[in-house]
Design a binder for this molecule. Structure first.
Ligand code: SF4
Length: 420
């Protein structure tokens, strides 16, 4: 099982961010902070509850995400990891990742996080251009990124990832590639490069729509940024293993790979999602409501059972994100049907246009296919839904009970649903 812990605190809200987090301003978040104490108490309580309900399952990765987990003192991260080792069978070689913002990492704290058990840091750099960072509303400058990477290296972190955003207003493919070269000089083991999305209700979206910012790159320029950027990263020694993720050999993020490969994951903390035994639930995106739910032992009470169609669409969506692609036999194992027969016209058309490839029993998106992955996935979804409907009508499709999914999450129905 994969374990995700959502830390819902940030210094301030970035302009593009739609994640759930509470801005705490400039002060240091310490153990005395009331909100943090509430979060801490309940995250360990929630962990203990799920450890019991699931029978202390093995855990092979832990991911502290947020929010800004690096706002937590290292001792708190260490305390939570100790508790995780008691509630679950935590693999001695587990990947323990922590998201961090560059301005909150110093040489001293980096060493402490390492000693407390964190062995992988994902640094929210987003850009190495101060103008872009200001536009995004980030609380750091480019020099902070370099300082944080050196601090982590000096502390003997051997697995450092940087998160970047491309497709910013006014950005060109030339500038993006120049930035990638600068980033590569820092020698991170891992790079996540996400295209900017203008989420509903974010200041960034309003600024773009009002014309207050330079226009976003047009479709052709965005395509150049994606394809040429990925080619450049490969030349620089980074293997693309997912639509937005690149890593040096041996440094794929095991937590995210597990997620894309459909492993069970338990999410703790407000707004965290879990999927266990074919059931999915999401905690309330509010510390108070989530804490009340934890106190009533009711997280997961509103879990939904994923039906066959949900599981098939998810299989296609998650596997096609990866460079390895979808093992077509996995579709048969789930549905009893033949993937290539069910999607024949679509696969032929995509293949003809160089958007997918089939090799050794795997169907994968090419880089151009990854560029338009959303519309390709929509077409696969439509074709799958149609094939499953036809299969059900003809009785040639495996039923919902046939997918090898365990029937329920113990304790998932142990309390009334939280009133929203
Ligand atoms: S630091 Fe991350 S989670 Fe926090 S506001 Fe910025 S983007 Fe959102």
């Amino acid at each position: 099982m994969l374990l995700y812990i959502h830390v819902p605190f940030c210094r301030s809200k970035c302009r593009y961010c739609a994640f759930y987090s509470e801005p705490i301003g400039g002060g240091l978040l310490d153990e005395a902070s009331e909100r943090m104490q509430l979060w801490m108490d309940n995250v360990v309580l929630e962990m203990a509850q799920w450890g019991d309900r699931l029978g202390r399952p093995p855990v092979r990765t832990v991911f502290f995400g947020g929010g800004t987990p690096s706002l937590l003192p290292p001792s708190i991260i260490g305390g939570i990891l100790n508790r995780a080792a008691r509630c679950f069978r935590l693999d001695g070689a587990a990947e323990i990742s922590m998201e961090a913002n560059p301005e909150s990492i110093s040489r001293a704290t980096a060493g402490q996080y390492l000693r407390e058990g964190v062995n992988r840091v994902s640094l929210g750099a987003q850009s190495l251009d101060d103008t872009e960072l200001a536009m995004l509303g980030r609380g750091h400058c480019a020099a902070d990124v370099t300082r944080a990477v050196y601090a982590l290296r000096d502390a003997h972190f051997h697995n450092i990832g940087l998160d970047l955003i491309w497709g910013l207003p006014g950005q060109t493919s030339r500038r993006w590639k120049k930035q990638l070269k600068e980033v590569a000089r820092l020698r991170p083991e891992h790079l996540s490069c996400y295209g900017l999305t203008l989420e509903e209700g974010t200041p960034m979206r309003e600024l773009c729509e009002s014309g207050a910012l330079l226009p976003l790159p047009d479709e052709r320029e965005a395509a150049r940024m994606y394809v040429q950027g990925a080619e450049l990263l490969e030349e620089l020694g980074y293997l693309q293993y997912e639509i937005s993720n690149f890593a040096r050999m041996g440094y794929l993020c095991r937590h995210n790979m597990g997620y894309w490969e459909g492993e069970d994951y338990l999410g703790l903390g407000p707004s965290a999602t879990s999927t266990i035994g074919g059931r999915r639930w999401t905690n309330p995106a509010n510390i108070g409501r989530w804490a009340r739910q934890v106190k009533r032992h009711a997280t997961g009470a509103d879990a939904e059972k994923l039906d066959l169609t949900d599981r098939v669409l998810e299989l296609i969506m998650l596997r096609l994100r990866t460079a390895r692609g979808l093992r077509v036999k996995a579709y048969r194992e789930l549905t009893g049907r033949d993937f290539l027969r069910d999607h024949k016209p679509l696969v032929h058309a995509l293949h003809r246009h160089g958007l997918v490839r089939i090799k050794d029993g795997y169907l994968r998106l090419t880089r151009n296919g990854m560029l338009v992955s959303n519309s390709i996935l929509e077409r696969f979804f439509d074709a799958s839904r149609e094939a499953l409907r036809a299969g059900e009508a003809a009785g040639t499709c495996r039923t919902d009970e046939g997918g090898g999914v365990s029937p329920s999450v113990p304790g998932a129905a142990c309390g009334p649903e939280e009133a929203e």
